[in-house]
Ligand binder design. Structure first.
Ligand code: CP
Length: 328
């Protein structure tokens, strides 16, 4: 056996030991070394998607259910591709064509899917805490693909993977997260992760979308984007989540755009080598101008690409165990 393969197997064995969870429910429950373990594992899977045959046998025989109660383009597709590239079988559950429409409850839905003996269920739902609830009666592994305004752990992990790719490490980076913070599970998961990794996080948005209580998460808050963006290394823009707004949180889109949209003029105040991130979907011309979304500084599509490697890593670390050598 070649020495490089031996050292890779040893590294993978250490990563397996470093990640000891049955479920992935949120970033809050992970340590910084577990986060690094996911990112390192994702790095080893990244290359699989560049091969002509984009498949390894690592999770052959495993069955995964993608249970999405909310719409998704990126998360659902990349979990599906991640599972397929690891040779797992995956079933996509679509709420609109399921018996949920006939009134079947969430619990009964899970119990019925569980009766089919999957190895993991990936859940996206509009209710915060639903993946945690599922673990109270479901025997199988649960992966949170976004629950209400609570957490979106794999999004934060793929964001971290992208930041590490671009900036090498997190220590002392100034990361500003801009927009609809109150409704954003992406913001929460990123706050937890970036804090654990030593970055400086500044939240920016209008007061109605950025409650001062967020300071309790150990971040700075600023209602003025023109001030906060100065010296930023990473500018992470968020979508206004109209679907989660029961009240009008700001007077008009026009006013929001004037104060909080990322334009070329504003971005010039960030560091020269700053990057632009956005979890998607983007509202062009609202939180970000088309020029900025498509600029050379934007890593928005890299985030999407990296989502596959990160989700392969998560599936592997939860389901693969000691069969890791199968990817080599
Ligand atoms: N970033 C994200 O969660 O996108 P989708 O809603 O398309 O999955």
């Amino acid at each position: 056996m070649k020495s490089s393969l031996l050292s890779r197997l040893e590294l993978n064995r250490r990563r397996d030991l470093a990640f000891k969870h049955k479920h992935l429910l949120g970033i809050q429950g992970l340590t910084s070394s577990e986060i690094v373990s996911v990112l390192d594992t994702a790095e080893s899977f990244y290359e699989v998607s560049t091969r002509e045959v984009k498949k390894v046998p690592t999770l052959r025989g495993k069955t995964i259910i993608n249970l999405f109660y909310e719409p998704s383009t990126r998360t659902r597709s990349s979990f599906e591709l991640a599972a397929k590239r690891l040779s797992a079988d995956i079933v996509n559950f679509n709420k609109q064509t399921s018996s949920v429409i006939k009134g079947e409850s969430f619990k009964d839905t899970i119990l019925n899917l569980e009766a089919m003996n999957p190895d993991a269920i990936i859940i996206r739902h509009s209710a915060s805490g639903i993946p945690y609830f599922a673990t109270t009666f479901c025997q199988h592994r649960i992966i949170n693909a976004g629950d209400g305004s609570h957490e979106h752990p794999t999004q934060a992990l793929l964001d971290a993977f992208t930041i590490r790719q671009e900036k090498k490490n997190f220590k002392d980076l100034k990361v500003i997260i801009v927009g609809d913070i109150i409704h954003s599970r992406v913001a929460r998961s990123n706050i937890f992760l970036l804090n654990k990794m030593g970055a400086k996080v500044v939240l920016v948005g209008p007061p109605a979308l950025l409650p001062v209580e967020f300071k309790n998460f150990g971040v700075e808050i600023d209602f003025n984007l023109d001030r906060a963006i100065q010296g930023a290394d990473v500018v992470m823009m968020l979508r206004i989540q109209l679907e989660r707004q029961a009240a009008n949180f700001f007077p008009s889109i026009r006013e929001y755009r004037n104060l909080y949209s990322l334009t070329e003029k504003r971005f010039r105040k960030a560091k020269k080598n700053a990057i632009i991130m956005h979890p998607g979907p983007i509202n062009r011309g609202v939180e970000i101008s088309t020029d900025m979304a498509d600029s050379a500084k934007s890593v928005i599509l890299k985030q999407v690409e990296n989502g596959i490697a990160v989700r392969m890593a998560v599936l592997y670390l939860l389901l693969g165990g000691k069969k890791r050598e199968a990817i080599d």
